[in-house]
Design a protein around this ligand. Structure first.
Ligand code: HEM
Length: 211
């Protein structure tokens, strides 16, 4: 909702795609599909890219390994600078997968990586991002044999709630359209948005019923 208030044009574009009345309630199958409500699907996945609820994944190396790097990096502060093209990972090393950083990386997602743009979901995904394995090129739900078992349920659940809210209500920030507060991160078990310099994980919104 914070993103949809920051970008009212996205909220406005989403609303006409959704059914107008309760009698036309979409089915779980329709909401699970990527094609029945394509913009809702794109908005939902852009939320998962920009605001992954699980910020970081960790693994412990079961054996010695060497990770090849796509771009050489400097591992020491020595001069002249020495570049390396791989990282040695001894057995037992704690390896972190910085999910949010990967999802918002300019190198992978291009210069607009840090902008909320559901439109990128169509043809706008750059080649480096396409090489990321995982659901829709995102590590948000992890990947491989330990991929999130609730992925499909979680995505459809978000769509159920979002489609109901956006269909019935217009959301804007407390100060009105164009008055975007500075949003900060409230750290708890899961990251939540808050208004900078205010207490509590809350972002007050003004809500109007769709007539
Ligand atoms: C947007 C919401 C969700 C996100 C972003 C998410 C993300 C993740 C991630 C990153 C992992 C991998 C953790 C790891 O191995 O280190 C995971 C595992 C898991 N998730 Fe989710 N999850 C979500 C919702 C759910 C829901 C709603 C359920 C259940 C209904 C669920 C069930 C599971 C289970 C059972 C695992 C463990 C899978 C295994 O280790 O084999 N998740 N999830």
């Amino acid at each position: 909702l914070v993103e949809l208030c920051t970008h009212p044009h996205i909220q406005q574009r989403l609303r006409p795609e959704l059914p107008k009345t309760n009698a036309e309630d979409p089915t779980w199958e329709q909401l699970s599909s990527t094609t029945d409500f394509p913009y809702l699907d794109a908005v939902t996945h852009e939320i998962m890219r920009m605001h992954p609820p699980v910020d970081e994944g960790t693994r412990i190396a079961k054996e010695d390994d060497v990770f090849p790097l796509s771009t050489p990096i400097s591992l020491s502060s020595s001069t002249p600078e020495k570049l390396t093209t791989s990282v040695v990972v001894p057995k037992g090393t704690l390896v972190s997968v910085p999910i949010t950083c990967v999802n918002r990386s300019n190198v992978l997602w291009g210069p607009d990586a840090k902008s909320f743009k559901p439109e990128r979901d169509g043809s706008g995904i750059p080649k480096p991002a396409k090489e990321i394995s995982g659901h829709r090129h995102l590590p948000t739900f992890s990947d491989g044999p330990k991929i999130c078992l609730g992925k499909g349920f979680a995505l459809t659940e978000v769509k159920v709630i979002l489609s109901f809210l956006i269909r019935h209500y217009i959301f804007e920030f407390e100060g009105g359209a164009g008055n975007i507060p500075k949003i900060a991160l409230h750290q708890s078990i899961l990251p939540r948005p808050k208004v900078e310099d205010q207490d509590g994980a809350r972002v007050p919104l003004r809500v109007k019923k769709v007539e």
